[in-house]
Design a protein around this ligand. Structure first.
Ligand code: AMP
Length: 543
């Protein structure tokens, strides 16, 4: 027997309809390419998203067809999130920081029919234009007056495109399992692979993500996603904020500390999300300028492990709670959040802190499993580390067009490629990427633990630990350090510092000082490159 409740599909258009109807005057504030600040609200975003949807319909864009964006976090990009997905097409957010060849590859692979982009990214678009034959229209997110000149491409202005449209457009209803958006993973090897979200997965993920134990978002929040909309949908904030009616603050392409600080302080941001390097940069700025962020109550730190110093400095100096989370493009992205549970809240402070520095516990909807070396479930002892598996209604079941083959195991678990422990409180801790773990004499050394330890040294700005070939132990850790400006730490000082913080056999065999580390398109240290570079380092150094 079925229940007798109304059967409304969970559609992305429903979010912006709700925001327009119930939080219509709630602001959406954006930094534009010229540095100016633009203000709009949810009622206007919904109206203009409808105009975009109608325009796409008039061009014959059909259900499930892909539309690419190459754009920063602004209100126009937000309108694309709703206009494209809302009319039944698939929003493909392209990361402009990828290599040119990768951008061309993923647009070709996705067979995008349109490319909508920010004017300052024109040179990237021109450089790939000959290699993306599926793209029929090049639309610039600007007015006709601001349309850049291009000798190679016929460009149209977004504002011209949507002008005068949308009044009679009604959001269509369709199967909630329909594809809504597409995001390629920033794999460090091979071609990027497409993660294809559905309306249902996006809505379920957002419903859980706004919860008090996750992002804790309400209509009184002012929220700034520093995480880009092209990286796992800015960690769902373009959906969560309209869902609860929170104000949105969108930093555009200005990612320097001063610009971000201005947005955070002038728009009274209460909650923000970004990778650790962003928060380290902002803390540096607060320190240098003797300023503070009185409205900011919490910030989410994810993407790579949160160095303990970020949490400590925010807490003690600025009254901000830095919350650690783990996720991946394939998990929409929220997998775990490090928020208090009743048991952890009752622990003495030092232990509580230790728990909150882990990647956290799952919200309803996500299941995780840590496997031991025999492939069985590892004990909840906080010690045994092994491959982390995940499953749930917003976890990928495979990649677009079947790339990578069948990715789930027989029980539907997705292998994350991360190595983790879990403990008796249900808290998961990432100890490494499968590829980055250092296998020394059959035992595993966590590169992240070594990095976290060294990052609390005052002369260390950035660090990476990678495996180097060793004739006796197979692999031994080598530490690559970028010192803070003006500091000149020695190898002996660093090793002495680490010796007080870890087992002797974990200590790196060498410390190498460099001016910078290579990073991926999503701001993560490119360990694969470092590994290649230093694989023979110990052998070379000893010969
Ligand atoms: P992406 O799909 O680009 O977001 O990358 C996902 C990967 O980032 C995960 O599989 C982890 O390896 C890494 N990651 C994300 N959050 C964290 C975190 N809090 N600590 C350590 N690694 C993380």
């Amino acid at each position: 027997m079925y229940g007798l409740m109304q059967d409304h599909p969970l559609l992305i258009s429903g979010l912006i309809k709700h925001a327009a109807a119930n939080h219509g005057r709630r602001e959406v504030v954006s930094r534009l390419g010229d540095g100016s600040i633009h203000r709009t609200d949810y009622a206007s975003v919904e109206r203009r998203a409808r105009a975009l949807a109608e325009k796409l319909q008039s061009l014959g864009i059909g259900h499930g067809e892909r539309i690419a964006t190459l754009a920063w976090n602004t209100y126009r990009h937000l309108e694309c999130f709703y206009g494209v997905s809302g009319m039944g097409a698939v929003l493909h957010t392209v990361n402009p920081r990828l290599f040119r060849e990768q951008i061309a590859y993923i647009i070709r692979h996705a067979e995008d029919r349109l490319l909508i982009f920010d004017a300052d990214l024109l040179n990237i678009v021109e450089s790939v234009a000959d290699e993306i034959p599926s793209v029929e229209h090049f639309v610039v997110l600007c007015t006709r007056e601001a349309l850049p000149a291009s000798t190679r491409l016929k460009l149209v202005a977004y504002e011209d495109w949507i002008n005068g449209r949308g009044d009679d457009y009604h959001w269509p209803s369709f199967d909630e399992r329909s594809a809504s958006s597409l995001c390629y993973t920033s794999g460090t090897t091979g071609n990027p692979k497409g993660v294809l979200y559905s309306h249902r997965s996006t809505l379920l993920h957002a419903l859980v993500t706004v919860q008090a134990d996750v992002f804790a978002l309400t209509s009184v929040d002012s929220v700034m996603p520093v995480a880009p909309m092209f990286h796992a949908n800015a960690w769902s904030l373009p959906y969560c904020c309209p869902m609860v009616g929170a104000k949105m603050v969108l930093p555009g392409n200005r990612m320097d500390a001063k610009s971000l600080y201005e947005m955070l302080s002038q728009e009274a941001v209460t909650f923000s999300v970004g990778v650790p390097t962003i928060w380290t940069m902002i803390q540096g700025y607060l320190q240098e300028t003797a300023s503070s962020l009185p409205d900011l109550s919490r910030c989410l730190v994810a993407g790579t492990a949160m160095p303990p110093a970020i949490r400590e400095t925010f807490k003690t100096k600025y009254g901000v709670t830095a919350v650690h989370a783990w996720g991946m493009t394939e998990t929409s992205p929220i997998g775990t959040m490090s928020t208090l549970s009743a048991e952890v809240a009752a622990l003495p402070e030092a232990q509580r802190t230790e728990q909150l520095l882990k990647q956290g516990r799952v919200p309803y909807g996500v299941e995780i499993q840590v496997r031991n070396s025999q492939g069985q479930t590892a004990p909840h002892d906080g010690q045994t580390f092994g491959p982390l598996m995940v499953r749930g209604p917003w976890v990928a079941s495979g990649y677009f067009k079947g790339d990578g083959g069948a990715v789930l195991d027989a029980d539907g678990w997705f292998p994350t490629g991360d190595v983790a422990t879990w403990d008796k409180y249900g808290f998961m801790k990432i100890t490494d990427r499968t590829k980055d773990v250092i296998k020394s004499g059959g035992e595993w050394i966590s590169s992240i633990d070594v990095e976290n330890a060294v990052m609390s040294h005052p002369a260390v700005k950035l660090a990476a630990t990678v495996a180097a070939f060793h004739p006796k132990w197979d692999e031994r850790p080598v530490l690559v350090v970028v010192p803070v400006e003006g500091a000149a730490p020695t190898k002996e000082q660093i090793l002495e510092f680490l010796a007080a913080r870890m087992a002797k056999w974990w200590l790196p065999d060498d410390v190498i000082f460099v001016l910078e580390l290579p990073v991926t398109a999503t701001g993560k240290i490119l360990k694969a490159r470092l590994r290649e570079q230093y694989w023979h380092h110990l052998h070379d150094a000893s010969s």
